[in-house]
Design a binder for this molecule. Sequence first.
Ligand code: FES
Length: 106
Amino acid sequence: MPVCGLSRLISQTIVCVRVTGVDLILVWSEGRAVACERMCPHEQADLSLGHLSGGRLFCPRHAASFDLRNGRISYGWPSRPLRLYPVRIRDDQVWIDADAIRSPAN
Ligand code: FES
């Protein structure tokens, strides 16, 4: 399903979306779109208030960071990886596979 215009994502870099009742964020990082869960897997901080640097998303609460290629949390944090979801760009829109959100792989 289409969830956001590509130009809006590029200009805002982090956009909140809701897909099949699940809160996600879209991130524009290093020239590509990434979709991930909105709440930090450590203590549920809102990652839409975080910041991006070097291909990583930094949590606003404790400053752990997540690799946006694979979701891995920075060294030393006892949390699972950030859930990432497949996205596609088509017709200047960012699309998310709703089935992947209903049954996440990680
Ligand atoms: S809540 Fe995100 S690092 Fe702790």
